[in-house]
Every structure is written in C-alpha cells, then in structure tokens.
Design a protein. Structure first.
Length: 151
C-alpha cells in the first residue's frame, strides 16, 4: 500500500469541494443579487431616495443576508474562527466593495448626469459583478480561511 494516495484521488475531492463552494456562493450571491436589485429599484423609484442612498441601503441589507448564507452554507466546511473575527472582516470586505459600488453609481449619476433608473441599474449590476469577484477571493483568503492541516 503506497504511503500517499495517488494524485488523482486527492484532486477529485478538492475539485468537488471547490465546485460545492462555488455553487453555494453562486446561489447565495444570486439571492442577495435579487435582494440588492429589488431593494435598490424600490428605494430609488418608489421611496424617493437618491441613487447613492438607495445603493447604500440595498447593499447593507443584502450583505447581512450574504454573511449568513456564506458562513452557514458556502464556506461551512472551512475553519470556524468566531463571529467576532469573521463578521468584522466580512463587513470590511463588503465595505470596500460597497465603496466601489457607490463610486460606480455616483460616477454614472453625477459626472455623467444620468438619472434614468435603467441606466443607474446597469451601473449597479456592473458594480455587483466586480464586487462579487473581489468578495469571493477575499472571503476564501481572510474571512473563512481553510482549515490548517494537522501535523
């Protein structure tokens, strides 16, 4: 019996775990995307909030839902480092991507002078896409780190 399992037998479970993680991240992201878009649209077109304020509120609500989904599903197999550590880091990562989203929406709204809800929604969608990539990489690296192998 070999001392180490064949390389192929180690790669398959790693790929499966990555696919599970990406799939769950995608589902949580899709649900939070709908929350973000729907709430942004409602706040901007019906509640009378400005575009940037609507973006701020919609992102904060979807961020809280995302933390719960990612902690208890997407990254449930990773190390548990405690809510006191995870949530503030999660908030910082989301704060950075929120700032990016606000900057994109504000740029389209003010310097470009766009007021139409569909144009602002397109800017919102672009900001969410860019933010999603940044968030996934940051969550894996800092918020929900891999379990350290035992020696």
């Amino acid at each position: 019996m070999p001392a180490h399992p064949p390389a192929g037998s180690r790669v398959r479970p790693a790929w499966r775990l990555l696919l599970k993680e990406l799939g769950a991240f995608g589902v949580v992201g899709a649900v939070c995307f709908v929350i973000d878009l729907g709430l942004f649209q409602l706040l901007y077109t019906s509640a009378g909030l400005g575009a940037v304020t609507a973006k701020l509120v919609s992102t904060l609500v979807s961020m809280t839902a995302a933390f719960l989904g990612h902690r208890f599903w997407s990254f449930s197999h990773r190390a548990r480092t405690g809510l006191r550590r995870e949530y503030p880091l999660f908030a910082v990562v989301n704060g950075v991507t929120l700032g990016l989203g606000l900057a994109i929406v504000a740029f389209v709204r003010y310097p470009l002078g766009q007021e139409h809800a569909l144009v602002l929604q397109a800017a919102n969608v672009v900001s969410i896409g860019i933010g999603s990539v940044v968030r996934y990489l940051a969550y894996r690296r800092w918020v929900f780190p891999a379990i350290a192998p035992s020696t």
